[in-house]
Design a binder for this molecule. Structure first.
Ligand code: FS2
Ligand code: SF4
Length: 541
């Protein structure tokens, strides 16, 4: 196996024996094959679109779910991945028969192996099958961005929002990552174009979420527990949460969020459920301890799954793109009502959660809420009470080096405000950093996809202050990344013209020296230093 798609890749270069995340070599090879056959299918759909043939939404959904399945910490179940390969090849064969100009297709598109060939084929189509280091780097960068875009598209799709242009681009870009005729320059342009569609995808999801559940609003979220049994919901899928909340009403149990599900509390729609009581625990990587002490069932709606301990594996459930061998999966496609009764019945027999924290955290600062406070914020900037904003969106992770973000948040001058989104927030959202004229110093917009909100806020501030360039705003970008959704967020920010982003705790291993140089020279991207050096860099002595 060879995988270097996430920040925790072994030795900052690549997982080769098994994944630091727990992915086994067999599963890794099957994931490589799933990505590859998704690219083959995308080559066919792209040709069909050229021939003005309509691609069904179900095909678009199949491709995005395939990519989502291969995101870090989403699906460890080789059998499920193998079945998706079979399904994808079947659909590809059906669509191939509809192509008018078969001559124009590359010959690899006609590969249609059976199951006993999957393993060997998978070994030949992974990351290292591209020999040129720079081409490989760009192909992977694009593919990872598209994986992130797929995840966000899927969340919009379950809320019945689709964007054929986004899917059309996603598939044509996937097809291009197999095209040996593309130059490095063309691949760089494709990378930036991926950022454009990242913005469109996140805008679609923002619209889907806010039109279904209302605009997030300032909310205090309880981090303690009540004395009834509970179900803990993790991941990013709000539709799954909604179905579970409906089905568990008046059943004597409570529903809690974990990690990236915390921002669900900010949506007006979910506030009507009196048994939706709070957030339990922290970011994904603390789940081993926190799932154990939760005592009740846990539903993983998306990544990040950590290989579970025996103590709670029997009360862990997956759904959607997620999977883990030996863990019960709740089925249900787009538009279907999932049946969570087994989880609810199990919860009734479990003890209530053990309390690990007490108090409240505040969030709900997505674009609509922040813009309604715009006058107050602009006044504070004009009076000098707020000197700078620091965007600290992104992911949290296991690496000790990530304590940088806690220390950095604490070391920031008191006249700075942190804008955050994603599970990165858990490094500083319980620090009580205070407020400036009633504006909290940590403004949490929501999940990682809600980084879109931060971009909307920046663009609005640019307009209010009458600036020509988003980079003239008093905003510093100090972003932490872990998996591929952060890649699409980064590409989206670059597309919007944001320069001088600091990315940590380490730069991606998949950036070759030459590709990294392109991003450094054109966008001023850099890593992080020590807290002391960075504070001095951003604010002077
Ligand atoms: Fe966090 Fe994991 Fe959100 Fe990532 S819970 S690292 O999936 O997408 O951020
Ligand atoms: Fe390694 Fe990350 Fe790939 Fe897992 S996802 S195998 S940790 S690079």
């Amino acid at each position: 196996m060879f995988c270097y798609q996430c920040q925790e890749t072994a030795n900052c270069s690549g997982c080769t024996l098994s994944g630091v995340c727990g992915k086994t070599p067999d599963t890794a090879v099957m994931q490589d094959l799933l990505v590859y056959v998704s690219k083959l299918l995308s080559t066919v759909t792209t040709q069909l679109r050229k021939e003005n043939k309509v691609i069904d939404k179900e095909i678009n959904h199949l491709i995005t779910l395939n990519l989502f399945t291969t995101i870090t910490n989403a699906n460890f179940d080789k059998k499920v991945i193998e079945d998706r390969v079979t399904e994808t090849l079947k659909v590809k064969e059906e669509l191939l028969s509809k192509v008018g100009d078969k001559e124009s297709l590359p010959k690899e598109v006609f590969w249609n192996g059976n199951k006993d060939e999957y393993k060997n084929k998978g070994k030949t189509v992974g990351v290292l099958s591209t020999k040129n280091e720079d081409v490989r780097s760009l192909r992977e960068l694009i593919t990872y961005g598209l994986k992130g875009l797929s995840a966000y598209s899927k969340h919009a799709n379950v809320l019945m929002n689709d964007n054929e242009e986004v899917d059309g681009f996603l598939q044509s870009a996937l097809a291009k990552t197999l095209d040996d005729s593309l130059s490095v320059e063309e691949l760089i342009n494709l990378t930036l174009e991926t950022g454009k569609y990242g913005v469109d995808g996140m805008a679609m999801l923002d619209k889907a979420n806010t039109s279904t559940y209302g605009n997030p609003e300032i909310t205090k979220v309880n981090i303690g527990v009540r004395n009834r049994p509970g179900i803990l919901v993790s991941g990013h899928d709000l539709k799954d949460l909604e179905m579970l909340l409906k089905q568990s009403e008046n059943s004597g149990i409570d529903i809690y969020t974990h990690s990236e599900m915390l921002p669900a509390h900010y949506y007006p729609h979910f506030k009507k459920y009196s048994h939706f009581v709070g957030n339990y625990g922290n970011a994904w990587w603390k789940q081993k301890e926190e799932f154990e002490s939760f005592n009740g069932p846990i539903l993983m709606t998306t990544n990040c799954i950590v290989p579970p301990k025996k103590s709670y594996i029997d009360r862990l459930f997956t759904t959607g793109a997620t999977g883990y061998p030996g863990v019960k999966h709740i089925d249900g496609g787009i538009g279907e009502e999932k049946d969570f009764s087994e989880i609810i019945e199990l919860a009734k027999k479990c003890p209530p959660p053990t309390e690990i924290e007490q108090g409240e955290i505040i969030g709900g600062f997505a674009h609509n809420q922040v813009l309604s406070l715009a006058d107050k914020i602009v006044d504070a900037v004009k009076s000098g009470d707020i000197k700078k904003f620091v965007v600290m969106a992104g992911c949290d992770g296991r690496a000790k080096s990530r304590n940088y973000y806690t220390d950095f948040a604490q070391a920031l001058p008191k006249d700075t405000v942190i804008l955050t989104a994603g599970c990165a927030k858990y490094k500083y959202n319980k620090l009580n950093l205070g407020d400036i004229n009633g504006i909290p110093r940590v403004l949490d917009a929501g999940q990682c996809n809600d980084s879109y909100s931060l971009a909307v806020i920046a663009l609005k501030l640019k307009e209010v202050f009458g600036l020509d360039d988003i980079n003239q705003l008093p905003i510093i970008y100090n972003i932490s990344w872990y998996e591929q959704k952060a890649v699409i967020v980064l590409l989206a920010l670059l597309y919007l013209g944001v320069k001088n982003i600091h990315l940590g705790p380490t730069l991606p291993a998949f950036l070759s020296e030459n590709v990294a140089k392109v991003f450094v020279d054109n966008f001023g991207i850099s890593g992080i230093g020590t807290v002391e050096d960075d504070i001095e860099l951003f604010f002077g002595k």
